[in-house]
Ligand binder design. Sequence first.
Ligand SMILES: [Ca+2]
Length: 77
Amino acid sequence: MWCIYSGDTMKDGVIDGTDLGQANNDASNYFTGYVRSDVNGDRIVDASDVMIISNNVFKYVTTMKPSSFTGGILINP
Ligand SMILES: [Ca+2]
């Protein structure tokens, strides 16, 4: 099972305080356009983006993936 969470603005596989800090800074500076901290895709970094990231920070969202996955089919003998 998999799903996608918004908010990993630092692209390190964890949604944490660094992502929240970047979004806060970008919102304070009224960033617009195609920026990573615009997690809802409206091309404006504002409180709605900060709220989405904040909610996911408190859910401890992290990425989990196979370390040696090559894209092939794994068959157990
Ligand atoms: Ca936005």
